[in-house]
Structure formats: structure tokens, C-alpha cells
Design a protein around this ligand. Structure first.
Ligand code: NAP
Length: 275
């Protein structure tokens, strides 16, 4: 059996097992199995050794372990730049980060071209780091807005982006092409909140990407939709970061539609977290 899985703490609401096992089933890959394992941060080192000893092919890594695993695997350039590992390949003992490609692949799937465009990213946590890395690599002009401005400055330095850190007030006075919410504001159970205050208008015709996927349509998305913006929720990113890990471990092209259906079914049936 080819074993893969996801580790986190807690992990019970992860949608990744449903997503990956649905893909294995759809492709007749009966010798592959994806499990979820709750691993407290203080035993990460020993746990990784045991997964390796038990011939696991790879793992996804979710909160709060994305940084904790880094000393025990070789981070590739993407994981180093983002400062977090969300996927491990034990055959090479390499850790990478598929959140950036998941985000960029989803933008592309929705026909949003960012090369040469100005993109405002709200947030400076792990998700924002992945977005700013991907956007900068793709040639976008990135503006980072964060509640704690020093974290935005630090992010830009770490991912070696030539972008700028601005306040919400400064950013809202500019014209831009894409707005990305990479904060947790608007996520259930606080779904009545928005990271873009109601009194701020949106530049006309922009695309608004909300990484939050619970609820499927956030307050930010509803407001933007109401004034004619193109709106995209975070489910596609979740699926595509998983698809990138699937591709890495198996060498097989994943069935995105099957994975998407498994995630949407999971989201409609439970209240979970990313992973
Ligand atoms: N769709 C996907 O595949 C995907 C992947 C990853 C993450 N996500 C989602 O993206 C969101 C962020 O995740 P993360 O891992 O980056 O979290 P994180 O590392 O904890 O960062 C959270 C960010 O949100 C900001 N924030 C939190 N509460 C705020 C508030 N009340 N007002 C203003 N800013 C606030 C924080 O600002 P400070 O720096 O000031 O604290 C920080 O920038 C979550 O909703 C997560 O579910 C989605």
C-alpha cells in the first residue's frame, strides 16, 4: 500500500482525506491510501521519523505544524521563501509548499491574469505569504495591507518581493486590478465581518479573490458581487494545493472535478478547517 496523509493538531475536520481518497478511487488507484493523523507539535520530530520508517510516501502538513516540520526536512526554494512547509515527499525528504501554486493555478483557472497587474493582498500570515510569493513570481505589482504593518514589511522582505506595504486607507485610494483576502476575517462563525470595510468602494471591474472558503460566499464576496466585481472563493485554492501534492507523490494528473466535488460535499456536511 502507498501511504500518504495529513498531519495537524487538531485534524478531525480536515477535508483532505475525502479529497485525495476520492481521486484515488476515481483513477482506480486502489493501492493508495490517504489518512489523517493528529500530531501534537512537541512530538513532530519523532512522528516524522516514524512515518518515514513506516514507508509513508508523503504528508500534507497543516496548522500548527507548517513551521514545526521545517528543521526535519530539506525545504525547497518555495518553502524557504514562504517560510512554511505544507507538503513532504519522504522519498527525497523534501518539504515544499503547494499553497502558492494552488492559489496561482486557481487564478489561472478563473482566467485572472496577474502579469503586470496591480494586486492588493490583505493579510500577512501564511496564506498571504504564499499569495505574495506566487503573485510576485508571476510579475504582478503587489501591495500588502495588514493590521500589523511590520508583518507586511517582513513578508515582502522574506519572499523577496519588490511590492509595497501600505495602510488600508492608502491602498483604497489607488487603482488596482485584483483584491485578495488572505486574512481570516469573514470566516465562519464570524461571517458577518469583512476585511474591506463597507464604506470603502471597490475600483470598477476588479476581480476579488477571497481565500476564505467557509462560508462559500463571504460578506466581502457578496458586496463585491453586488457592484459588478468578478468574485472567486477559496475552495478552488484548497483543491488545487491538494492536487499539486497529489501530482508530486503519484506522478499522475489528479482529477480536479472529483476532488472539488469531494470538498464541496464535505463542506456542506460539516464545519471543518483547512488541511
Ligand atoms: N483556500 C485555501 O486553500 C486556503 C489556504 C490557506 C489559508 N486559507 C485561509 O486564509 C485565511 C488566513 O490563513 P493563514 O494561515 O494565513 O492565517 P494566519 O497565518 O493566522 O494569518 C491571519 C491573518 O489575518 C489577519 N487578521 C486576523 N484577524 C484580523 C482582524 N480581526 N482584522 C484584521 N486582520 C486580521 C492577521 O493579521 P495580523 O498579522 O495583524 O495578526 C494575519 O494577517 C484563513 O481564513 C484560512 O482559512 C485558505
Amino acid at each position: 500500500m502507498n501511504k500518504v496523509g495529513v498531519i495537524g493538531w487538531p485534524i478531525e475536520h480536515s477535508l483532505s482525506p475525502a479529497m485525495h481518497n476520492a481521486a484515488f478511487a476515481a483513477l482506480g488507484m486502489t493501492d493508495w491510501q490517504y489518512d489523517k493523523m493528529a500530531i501534537p507539535p512537541d512530538i513532530v520530530r519523532q512522528s516524522l521519523k516514524e512515518f518515514r520508517d513506516h514507508n509513508f510516501i508523503g504528508l500534507n502538513v497543516t496548522v500548527p505544524l507548517k513551521q514545526a516540520v521545517m528543521p526535519f526536512v530539506k525545504s525547497d526554494a518555495v518553502a524557504k521563501a514562504i517560510g512554511a512547509v505544507n507538503t513532504i515527499d519522504f522519498r527525497k525528504n523534501v518539504g515544499t509548499n503547494t499553497d502558492a501554486s494552488g492559489f496561482m493555478d486557481d487564478l489561472a483557472a478563473h482566467g485572472v491574469d496577474v502579469a503586470g497587474k496591480r494586486v492588493v493582498v490583505l493579510g500577512a500570515g501564511g496564506a498571504a505569504r504564499a499569495a505574495v510569493y506566487g503573485l510576485s513570481q508571476a510579475g504582478a505589482e503587489v501591495i500588502v495591507v495588514n493590521r500589523t504593518p511590520e508583518r507586511a514589511e517582513r513578508l515582502l522582505q522574506d519572499v523577496q518581493s519588490s511590492g509595497r506595504a501600505l495602510s488600508l486607507e492608502e491602498a483604497s485610494g489607488l487603482s488596482f486590478d485584483v483584491l485578495v483576502n488572505a486574512t481570516s476575517v469573514g470566516m465562519s462563525p464570524k461571517a458577518d465581518e469583512s476585511p474591506w470595510p463597507d464604506e470603502l468602494p471597490f475600483p470598477q471591474g476588479i476581480a476579488v479573490y477571497d481565500m476564505v472558503y467557509r462560508p462559500a460566499k463571504t460578506r466581502l464576496m457578496m458586496r463585491a458581487d453586488g457592484v459588478g466585481c468578478r468574485v472567486i472563493g477559496g475552495v478552488g485554492m484548497l483543491v488545487r494545493q491538494g492536487a499539486a501534492a497529489f501530482r508530486l507523490w503519484t506522478g499522475v494528473e489528479p482529477p480536479i472535478d472529483v476532488m472539488m466535488k469531494a470538498v464541496l460535499d464535505g463542506l456542506s456536511g460539516q464545519t471543518g478547517t483547512k488541511g
